[in-house]
Write a protein that binds this ligand. Structure first.
Ligand code: SF4
Length: 260
């Protein structure tokens, strides 16, 4: 492990351009994030990516060397922080706490809200698979329209909107479950200092739900499948309503950076 990489990350961590905790309740869509320059997580990832930039291929041994090196660096920094805060990383786990956590995890997994979130994610896969032909037809129709150069008709904005809707649906499809799970699991935790995490996780899940519902609306309209997407929109709306019912304060939570 080169000393310089560790020092560089420590220097980054001290940089006050970053907003503390901004990455905790974002949607992890860094490519589209307008606050990348204020995010330590992004800067750290970029730094590690730059170091390993030729090693982005999982079939390449150097890729795994890079992962191993990143893990070793993270562990080293964790050990230093633990020493600083007087935390013994080698102490035996508290059996009572472990039992409590296992019970909480089981309870969270059985939660209908979580089951519905996973059911939605799977339903999206099925929906997209069943409509591969429809997407193919739409692409061919657009190609024909472009070739025909019809006066006063530009098919490109529609194609872009369609692509955008699919991207949004796909991005949030599997994002919802872990965020809702985190919020629900925090609700069951006895420690009150978890409440910010509950609110923040629920809030970004609500945002993802609303964006997904909107994206389905666009997709349904452009593919002339509005009735067909209704079932998925209803699924999402039910999840959203239930999440709001269980965590009404989530809406008012101010996510660092995004809601300031
Ligand atoms: S705050 Fe923005 S840049 Fe940072 S992890 Fe979240 S999406 Fe990515």
């Amino acid at each position: 492990m080169s000393e310089s990489k560790k020092d560089r990350l420590k220097r980054l961590a001290r940089n006050d351009q970053f907003i503390s905790g901004i990455y905790n309740y974002c949607d992890r869509w860094c490519e589209r994030c307008t606050l990348r320059n204020k995010c330590f997580s992004f800067a750290m990832d970029s730094d590690l990516r730059t170091e390993n930039s030729p090693h982005n291929d999982p079939n390449n041994e150097e890729f795994w060397d890079g992962i191993h090196e990143s893990f070793a660096l993270a562990f080293e920094l964790l050990q230093e922080s633990a020493e600083k805060w007087g935390v013994d990383l080698n102490s035996d786990p508290d059996p009572k706490r472990e039992k409590r956590e296992r019970r909480r995890d089981r309870q969270t997994e059985r939660d209908p809200l979580l089951k519905n979130s996973m059911a939605y994610a799977k339903a999206v896969d099925a929906w997209m698979d069943e409509r591969k032909t429809l997407f193919g037809e739409k692409a061919r129709q657009t190609e024909r329209e472009i070739e025909m150069e019809l006066p006063g008709h530009d098919p490109l904005p529609e194609v872009i909107a369609l692509h955008e809707a699919v991207e949004v649906i796909r991005w949030y499809q599997y994002f919802l479950y872990p965020k809702i799970s985190r919020a629900m699991s925090g609700l069951l935790d006895d420690e009150r200092d978890m409440m910010d995490d509950v609110f923040g996780s629920a809030k970004i899940a609500l945002i993802a739900l609303e964006r997904s519902i909107g994206a389905w609306q666009t997709l349904g309209r452009l593919l002339q499948q509005s009735d067909d997407v209704l079932e998925l929109q209803i699924q999402l709306t039910k999840i959203k309503t239930e999440l709001e019912r269980r965590i009404p304060a989530a809406r008012d939570f101010k996510r660092p950076g995004f809601d300031d």
